[in-house]
Design a protein around this ligand. Structure first.
Ligand SMILES: Cc1cc2nc3c(=O)[nH]c(=O)nc-3n(C[C@H](O)[C@H](O)[C@H](O)COP(=O)(O)O)c2cc1C
Length: 194
């Protein structure tokens, strides 16, 4: 099973690097697989601690894909590094193994601590739709234009029916990124939210 979280790693200057990243979990171990090139990968190899943040604010996901990476962080509790200030929970991690690959290396990370901050408030279709749209936006350089347009039209239904303010903001950022991309002349009006 693959989960989606926000991984925070540490840059060479000590600041936090924030990136959405899928992960698998088995007991007290996480597996992540960043595609080359990746700042997250470089950071993990140079400074082998990280935090996996589990969030319900989908602006963080959409923001990281649209150049908005300055999300508030606070120091992790038991490892060197940073966690997002606003998460439902977070896992503090240490790299234990690195399997190199020219395209997609795999890293194993041991869970050093698990912390819960807020309760899960329930599923929301607009959040799921923004997550899917963010995946599409991460593939704008190679995704087929018709496939993108039809999938965004479908995801728009859930956003227009069930979104709150954060979901609408995140959706707008993603639609703007698609509209600005030279391969995709998407009509933003069709995907607008109130
Ligand atoms: C929900 C979600 C999951 C993602 N999972 C991965 C992943 O498993 N591996 C990866 O390389 N990129 C993944 N991405 C894309 C990265 O977030 C994005 O490409 C990022 O720029 C990675 O580069 P960085 O490590 O230099 O920040 C995901 C994006 C989203 C929206």
């Amino acid at each position: 099973m693959i989960f989606e979280g926000i991984i925070t790693t540490t840059n060479a200057d000590g600041s936090a690097h924030v990136t959405p990243m899928g992960f698998r979990r088995r007991d007290d171990e996480l597996l992540v697989a960043p595609f080359h090139p990746s700042r997250t990968l470089d950071n993990l190899l140079a400074r082998p601690h990280a935090v996996m943040n589990l969030v319900d604010d989908v602006r963080i996901i959409a923001g990281c894909l649209t150049g908005r990476r300055s999300w508030p962080v606070v120091a992790a509790s038991g490892i060197p590094g940073w966690r997002l200030a606003d998460s439902l929970s977070h896992l503090e991690l240490a790299v234990t193994a690195h399997e190199d690959d020219t395209e997609r290396p795999r890293l194993r990370l041991a869970v050093q601590g698990e912390y819960t901050h807020r309760a899960f408030r329930g599923f929301n279709r607009a959040q799921a739709a923004v997550l899917e749209a963010a995946i599409l936006v991460s593939r704008l350089d190679f995704i087929d234009a018709d496939k993108l347009a039809s999938e965004m039209a479908y995801l728009h239904i859930a956003v227009s029916k069930t979104a709150g303010e954060n979901e609408r903001t995140a959706w707008r950022w993603l639609v703007e990124a698609i509209a600005a991309h030279p391969r995709h002349g998407l009509d933003c009006a069709l995907l607008s939210v109130a």
